[in-house]
Structure formats: C-alpha cells, structure tokens
Design a protein around this ligand. Sequence first.
Ligand code: BES
Ligand code: ZN
Length: 616
Amino acid sequence: MACGAPAPPDEAATASDRRDHHSYANPEAVRVTHVELDLEVSFADRTLRGSAMLSFERVEPDAGSLVLDTRDLHIDGVEAWSPNGGFEATTYVVGDADPILGAPLRVELLPAATRVRVTYRTSPEASALQWLDPGQTAGGQHPFLFTQSQAIHARSWIPLQDSPGVRVTYGARLRTPPGLRAVMSAANDPDAPADGDYRLDMRQSIPSYLIALAVGDLAFAPLGPRAGVYAEPSVIDAAAAEFADTEAMMAATERLYGPYRWDRYDLLVLPPSFPFGGMENPRLTFATPTILAGDRSLVSLVAHELAHSWSGNLVTNATWRDFWLNEGVTTYIERRIVEEVFGTRRAEMEAVLGRDVLLAELDRLDDPDELLHVDLAGRDPDEGMTQVPYEKGALLLRHLEEQAGRARFDEFLRGYFDHFAFRSITTADFLAYASEHLGGDDPRAGAPVRLEAWIDQPGLPADAPQPASDAFAEVERQAAAWSVGRRRAGELETGSWSTQEWLHFLSVASADLSAERMAALDAAFGLTGSGNAEIAHQWLLAAIRAGYGRADDRLDRYLVGIGRRKLIAPLYEALSATPSGRERALGIYRRARPGYHPISVDAIDAILGWDERNPG
Ligand code: BES
Ligand code: ZN
C-alpha cells in the first residue's frame, strides 16, 4: 500500500489522513504528472491495445522504482526513457492481484529515467469499460464504448497511479473504426472529421478517476458559446431541448463561486445501460438518458455534475474516505444552482426529497457507515456511495451557511475554491480551513467551528437544518384528503404538479396504496404510462408492493430497457420480498442482465443471489 502526497505546509492533514488505502502507487517517492495514451479501440475483441507513456517527477531524488496500479491488464513490455539512452526495455514485475485493488506494477528506474512507456492491452472484462452491441444503442446500427473510472476502475484500462491524491494532464491518440467518434474528458472538437483517427489533449490537471473515453455514433448540438451536447443522432434534439438551461447554470455558478476553469462544458448522453445518473468527467459530463423527461424536470442532475467543476474536479477528495468533500459540497451547490435558475420553491422541494432519502438510508445503514469521514479500508470504495456523503454532507454545508449567514458563507466557499484549486484535500484540511475562515473574530479562540458531530458521529446532529416546502405541505393535504375519502382520485388538485410534487405525493401516499387505489390513480392520471423515469420508478415500486398487475408489462420493459443502478436495484429488491416476486425478478433479469453494466450486474446479482454458473 502507498501513502498519499506529503501535506503541503498550509494543510492540516497528517500523513496517515492522506494515506490512500485503495492504491498501491508510490507518489510520495515518484509522482506521475502526465499520461500520454496511444490506443486502438477494437470492438471485435473488446480490447483497447497500445501504450501509456507516463512522465514523472522524483519526490525522493534517489527513488529506485515507480509503482502503478493495474487491474486485469495484459502487460506486453515496459520501457524507460532517459535523456542519454532514449527508450530502453526495463525490469518490471506485476504483483499478486487483490480482488479489490488489482495488481501493482513495479517498474525499476535507473537514476536518469524521467518517463516510462507501458505497452499493454485491456481485458474484455475490464471493470471500467462497457462495450455495447449495436442493439443496445438508440440507433441500433453501431457499437458503443464508454468508460467509468470512478472510483478505482481507471486502472483497468490504463496502468497509472490510480489515487485521487495524484493529478495528471493527459493526451491521447485514438484509433477507432471509421464513422465512429471518440470523445474524452479533454478538449473535444465536434468539427473533427469522424475518420477514426483522433488526437485529444487535457491540459488541466485532474485525478485519474476523471479520465474518460466514449466512442460511438455521436452527433453534437451547441447549447451556447461554451456548452454543448453529444448524443446519438436520434437523441440529439431531445437532449439539446432538455439541457437548454446549461449556460444559465454555468453563469449562476460563476456568480456564486468564481470562474469556470475548464473552458467548455459539454454533456454526453449515453445509452440507457449507463449505470449512474451522471459522471462529472471534466469538460464532458456523462449522463443517463433517463433524465430526458421532456420537461427539464430532472436537470438538477446537470446542476450536480456541473457543480463538480468546482467541488470535486477543482478541489478533489484526497482519498475515498473524504468522498463527502466531493459529493456533499456538490449536492449543496447543486441546490444553490437550482435555486438560482429555477427558484427557491423547486430547490426546497429537492432538499426535502434529499432529506427523506437520507433518513430512509440511515434506517438501513450500520453506525460506522453513517460517518462522513467513513472508514473504507479493506473495502471497495464504491461501497461508500450511500446517501450519507451526499445528503448529510449537503446538510453540513447548509448548517454552516445558517451559522455564518449566506453572504459570508458564499464568500467562504469562493475563497475555498480559489485556495485549494487543482489540489486534492482531506477532511482535516477542510475543517482547518473552515475554522480559520468561519470562526469567530479572534482566530486564537481555538476551533470555533465544531463539526465533530457531523464528521465522526452516526446519524444527524440535533441541530441539523430542516428543509421545508410549502408546495409539499399542499401535496400532503391532497394526499390526506384522498386517504380519508374526502376526495376521490379524480378530484385531486394535481393540475400544476411538477415531477417533484408527484414524487412526494407517491412517497406520502405509499403507506396505503392498495392495488385498488392504484387503479383509481391510474385511471385519473395514467401513471403506468408515465414517461418520466423517476415517477415511473416510484410508481412501479408501489405496484410491486401492492401486487398491481396492470403495471406488469411496464415493469418488464423498464427493467430490460434501463441499466441505471439507482432506478433498477430497488425494484429488484422489492420483487425479492416474496417467493413469487423473486421468480418473476429472475425471469426478467435473465433477459436484462446481458445488457447491464458490470456495476449494476454486481448490485443485482447480490440482491437476487444470482450465480452465473447456475443462473436462476
Ligand atoms: N461522481 C458521482 C458518481 C459516482 C460516484 C460514480 C462514486 C462512481 C463512484 C456523480 O457525480 C453522482 O453523484 N451521480 C449521481 C447523480 C446526482 C444527481 C446525485 C448518480 O449517478 O446517481
Ligand atoms: Zn456527484
């Protein structure tokens, strides 16, 4: 295991805080600063093949080896470059593979060496790569490839120091089948001819988990001078309409927190098997098509991924223990952007929905996993992706805002981004900076910002902020009237309800949604036919619990058509609650599984106890 970077003098973290339990790399001795890729994208054998040339700095002048992370890579050779001898084959050894971490690649370095070049190819099972057949795309004609490197999957397609405490610039030469376009978390050129030969550069330094690639039949539509969207041709118009507020979101975030430092902000709409809602790959957010609701009602996801351009991509969690610094700060900023662009009413509804899912999650989690500074040593860091870093983290920021007052807190966050820009920091660094800048007038008064109850204790502190929504109070009145029989379903005043109000209604009403009552709602509002993926999710969850058979077909199509883990896993879980439901789930899963991303496959396999050798 390796340590993270030595703490710069103005940071508060100790070496043990900065230690990254999820990387074998040795950046404390030799630090990679640039990655140069030369890769051929072969759909025929689901392989990336080529080389990665890594430039590095010696932190310890006499360091004798460079340790990289790998997973399931086939290494063909390693050369080291030195000013006198050029590239020469060098000694290297691939260590034993750990199921979570992969295998270290230790490269011996002669004193004069400043770069190494690893020639390699990926495995068809590489955890970061999903290779889609044409049938899994919107257009149905061309294959598609995309990467998902967060948290520690970059090592399955590039041998590198796969730690969020190490930042690199990168460049890539890519060869793809002609007609397909390659895009990366880099300076993309929508006007480049789709001739299968691409050169891309990323000049801003980023952690490895933000290196990203997608290859497919992609069209582009501008959204404004600095923003645009890539999607398959049949999806591009819907995507451009849905994301029309992107420039306004950028302007709002800059007003609040300072300049957007990444030049352009583009989005890429992926095929439906993308396992997440969104991924903040710099300059090119990856997004699920399930947010294309047709009414811009789910674009807080764009606000979220855009917010990561400040929290996460600019100021980065130094280790996965500090993940809340990425996601909590981002969720707080996401709501501020939504407030600026869509108003307080919508932002508060989303804050209440966020708090509700947090409270439900806290009911399920064990105490140690409820800490913001969560211990993930020995575990897959993807296990840290609960509501805690997101929603408890956002409430912590809101708590600080309430304490300091909005104007002062906004100034604080803006200063925080300037101060730590393009660096990776720990929870201790954040706390020290907050104490210094949000404490009382007298900095000698000790640590005036007391956040131990947030950071190191389970649950929510008693003085946690209480988001509240008048709009939801009205929804609750309607739900109550229907519940006691004062109104029939068709008489509910839902005329102007937004997606958020419907979601809250379904969650409040779910306590007594029998099949009969669902039929009444369905007759009045056609919910089984809802094209909104979030509303459909809530509705189908209720349908499973109530045994509402008229939604059976819709459930089948939903689970086969969408691979976003957050939307499908709870449905499989609900089905598994009864033996007959579980049978049904297995039947659907048998058809759906080949189309799912490995991240979703892992989750659903675990829920259903699916054994690949002995399916169903
Ligand atoms: N960075 C995350 C996605 C992620 C986290 C991937 C950890 C792998 C490991 C991204 O910004 C995110 O939070 N996406 C959310 C959507 C958001 C609106 C809460 C998602 O995908 O659900
Ligand atoms: Zn996020």
